[in-house]
Design a protein around this ligand. Structure first.
Ligand code: NAI
Length: 482
């Protein structure tokens, strides 16, 4: 029997961060992982997908290199070699996680954990080491999520892929049908398209990313993907597939009518579900909600006060950085600090080309909460650095409360949107006004100048673009004295 102050179950971004933090705060920590250290994000999610997205972007830039005066000739893809490079990136990070855990004094155990009581776990070793018991004063459940499976599309890794399979192929199909035009479908579908694969996106709702992101941002991505040759079917439900010789036909019901989409491989990305059903939670007495998420309070405590849950298994949004923050809070609460998870925004990024990044409220959301909403928008095409990067597509949109000019939300579509959004998140957390951002000197020439100019556009005319809207702005003076 092993004993610990804190036992963390799951070593994804939520779990390993919680373990390191708890150890830094002087706790004796054991962390158990049944599969790969670093979890979905490092091994089969965020990191490998971003590696392949970067490679596809690079390949795409090579196709357009002649615009900058390069004669590169025909570029070919060695997808096997690319996978080796991608795995190298992943391995560096995952071995770094194990080293960090050990350096901080955390004991690492490879095995599958199940509760046998509210204070005891049984861990079945992944390396044939039998079953071990762990007694802990506190537990942090960080077991993540897995892809949802839909009827008629059993994952086999050969013809029907989930996101993990799609990131691990050693060759490219000719045609790929993507079921679900959400975060994962668009990210993976985009890079397959760039590598020359004919992609069809089958989406059950009426548009892309409906209700998930700013509709104008989604529209930019939709137009760009369509122009690049991606086919879209909306209001379309994939109901099954049939083999026809070497072809596959996805059967799609579009507004009640059946259509066949011919393809070679099928990628199913229709959401993820929490891993709360493989832990024997009933033995611990921990409650889950009807969707399978573990119910937690603002201190990440479950209904059993010494058992905490963080990350995907503890609710939406299923984002690595949300899990990391929750991990830190859970560890600090266990160490006796009186903290709560109380954030104004959890920024989100969709790594399409160009990227979409957002923090805070969308226009409609702010209106529905009773704000008199003002919007300042600035296009990439009017930013010097964007043009030197050959990336004049997109905009920064700032949503403000007209009465106070306090920043309520920022939505960006364009190059490096993922890097730009942190300034917006800080502004929202600090309760900054558009004037605060507009009067902060931003270095020139850089992309963040667009944040400054979108802020200016929210209460007055910005310098580097003229629109008719400027006339209306002239009547709206800043509310703060300088
Ligand atoms: P999602 O919830 O983003 O999108 C799923 C889409 O599938 C929806 O648009 C839905 O309408 C559609 N759909 C469902 N059933 C369908 C059917 N039978 N036929 C056609 N369409 C159907 O889920 P996704 O893309 O699998 O991502 C899961 C989670 O992973 C998300 O919650 C996201 O937060 C996270 N994630 C985050 C990333 C990031 O931060 N960049 C990247 C990838 C995933």
């Amino acid at each position: 029997m092993k004993q610990a102050d804190v036992c963390v179950i799951g070593a994804g971004p939520g779990g390993y961060v919680a373990a390191i933090k708890a150890a830094q705060l002087g706790k004796k920590v054991i962390i158990v992982e049944r599969d790969k250290w670093g979890g979905v994000c490092l091994n089969v999610g965020c990191i490998p997908s971003k590696a392949l997205i970067t490679a596809a972007h690079f390949y795409d830039q090579l196709q357009h290199a002649d615009e900058m005066g390069f004669n590169v000739g025909k570029t070919t893809i060695d997808f096997k070699k690319m996978q080796v490079w991608k795995s190298g990136v992943v391995n560096k990070l995952t071995s770094g996680v194990v080293q960090l855990l050990k350096a901080n004094g955390c004991e690492t155990i490879s095995g599958e954990a199940q509760f046998v009581s509210p204070t005891d776990l049984e861990v079945k070793s992944s390396n044939g080491g039998g079953v071990e018991r762990i007694k802990a004063t506190n537990f942090i459940i960080a077991t993540g999520s897995r892809p949802v499976q839909i009827p008629g599309f059993e994952y086999d890794g050969k013809t029907v892929f989930n996101s993990t399979d799609a990131l691990e192929q050693s060759s490219l199909p000719k045609r790929l049908a993507v079921i679900g035009g959400g975060y994962i479908g668009l990210e993976i579908g985009s890079f397959y398209q760039k590598f020359g694969v004919e992609v069809t996106v089958i989406e059950a709702t009426k548009g892309l990313l409906t209700g998930v992101t700013d509709p104008d941002c989604a529209q930019v991505i939709f137009r760009k993907l369509k122009k690049a040759g991606v086919n879209f079917l909306f209001n379309a439900k994939a109901v099954g597939y049939k083999k026809a010789g070497s072809d596959l036909n996805v059967i799609v019901s579009v507004e009640g009518k059946e259509q066949k989409i011919p393809c070679d491989k099928i990628l199913v990305t229709v959401g993820r579900k929490p891993n709360s059903d493989q832990l024997n939670l009933q033995k611990a007495g921990v409650k889950i909600d009807p969707k399978g998420f573990i119910e937690v309070n603002k201190q990440l405590k479950t209904n059993v006060p010494h058992i905490y849950a963080i990350g995907d298994v503890a609710g939406q949004p299923m984002l690595a950085h949300k899990g990391m923050r929750e991990g830190i809070i859970a560890a600090e609460v266990i160490a006796g600090k009186n903290l709560v998870m109380d954030v104004k925004t959890i920024p989100a990024v969709i790594f399409t080309d160009p990227e979409i990044a957002s923090a805070g409220m969308m226009v409609e959301e702010a209106q529905s909460k009773g704000f008199d909403v003002g919007v300042g928008q600035f296009p990439y095409v009017a930013n010097g650095r964007a043009l030197t990067m050959n990336s004049g597509e997109g905009f920064v949109k700032m949503v403000v409360d007209k009465k106070t000019n306090v920043v309520l939300g920022v939505h960006i579509v364009g190059a490096e949107a993922s890097q730009l959004i942190s300034e917006a998140a800080l502004a929202i957390e600090m309760g900054a006004t558009a004037e605060d951002i507009a009067s902060t000197i931003h270095p020139h020439p850089t992309l963040p100048e667009m944040m400054m100019e979108a802020a200016e556009a929210a209460f007055g005319p910005p310098i580097h673009i003229f629109t008719r809207v400027n006339r209306d702005h002239a009547t709206r003076l800043p509310t703060k004295s300088p």
